[in-house]
Ligand binder design. Structure first.
Ligand code: ATP
Ligand code: MG
Length: 302
């Protein structure tokens, strides 16, 4: 079954348009949401998580309509949500906080609920901090605590807004294991600025830019957008969207390559940059075959 069906979602803050005609389908598996700061990712996630209502368009989550009170309640029963800025009561312990969320999620049987709270705290590696007050936890630990709260009750739809912010490398790997596992049974939508998270975890990726969906496909397809547009050279070159000197001493460029350039395999980051980059190359390029997406960028250039 399709977990999320969004059609033509629109949201304005005053005169500013944060979401402009966004349509999306989500099924079982992990979908990554990429996009620049201010693209509308949090706005979209909040709408799907019923924390905000769209001004226009339709949304169905497991067939329920969150614009009606009964629909909203039905969605919330199936949902786990990690907000971008989770608010914590600093004098709660880790256990008390997740237990409180579990009570809100209607896990009324005390013993079963406590078993479930212990399970999710263990899943995020906070076993030994169960009795710690939140104010004594590090930033990364708080982030994992918020993740535990999103996972409690084993929800069918899990929405995570920048879940890997502040995680150390080992915890990032643990996060990937946990979420990859979850994605075999559940629908997961996560926003991130880490293209490696998307490459290593997501079956699908959606790129939002200035409130619009610019791309929907697999991570490999996103990388493919930069095919023929990434090259290396011994010296600095002008005219690329991005260029830098790599650790090997070679300069790596993304943009419109000069004739005879030494092309290299693009990464998902290159694809992303080709799509949303507003550097010097955008809109003035010679059109080296990046198709409609590049035209969309050129057409919408600021
Ligand atoms: N409460 C608000 N009032 C007014 N404008 C807002 C509000 N929240 C967001 N916006 C605006 O809506 C747009 C989308 O913001 P949003 O938070 O959804 O972006 P984002 O993609 O999550 O960005 P980031 O990567 O920085 O988290 C931005 O232009 C932002 O300034
Ligand atoms: Mg955000």
């Amino acid at each position: 079954m399709t977990a999320v069906e969004a059609d033509g979602l629109t949201l304005r803050y005053g005169r500013a348009i944060a979401l402009d005609d966004v349509s999306l389908r989500l099924r079982t598996g992990v979908t990554g949401l990429l996009g620049p700061n201010g693209a509308g990712k949090t706005t979209l996630l909040r709408i799907i998580a019923t924390a905000l209502s769209a001004d226009g368009g339709t949304l169905r989550v497991f067939g329920h309509d969150p614009s009606t009170p009964p629909g909203r309640l039905a969605v919330r029963r199936l949902l786990g949500y990690l907000p971008q800025d989770p608010g914590f009561h600093p004098s709660f312990t880790a256990f008390e906080f997740v237990d409180y969320v579990a009570i809100l999620k209607e896990l009324t049987h005390r013993t079963a609920r406590h078993t479930e709270v212990a399970r999710v705290l263990s899943a995020v590696g906070l076993d030994d901090r169960r009795r710690s007050r939140i104010r004594t936890l590090s930033g990364g630990m708080r982030q994992r605590l918020a993740l535990a709260a999103a996972l409690v009750g084993d929800p069918d739809l899990v929405i995570l807004d920048e879940p890997t912010v502040g995680l150390d490398p080992e915890q990032r790997l643990r996060f990937r294991e946990l979420i990859a596992d979850l994605g075999e049974r559940k629908t997961v939508l996560l926003s991130t600025h880490q293209t490696e998270d998307v490459m290593s975890l997501c079956q699908e990726v959606v790129v939002l830019d200035r409130g619009r969906v610019r791309f929907e496909g697999t991570p490999a397809e996103l990388a493919g957008l930069a095919s023929g547009r990434v090259w290396t050279s011994a010296a600095r070159q002008a005219g690329a969207l991005a260029s830098w000197r790599t650790g090997t001493g070679l300069h790596r460029h993304v943009g419109d390559p000069p004739p005879g350039a030494a092309l290299v395999e693009p990464s998902i980051e290159d694809g992303y940059l080709t799509l949303v980059g507003t550097g010097t190359g955008t809109g003035t390029g010679t059109g080296t075959g990046t198709g409609t997406e590049a035209s969309a960028v050129a057409g919408g250039a600021r």
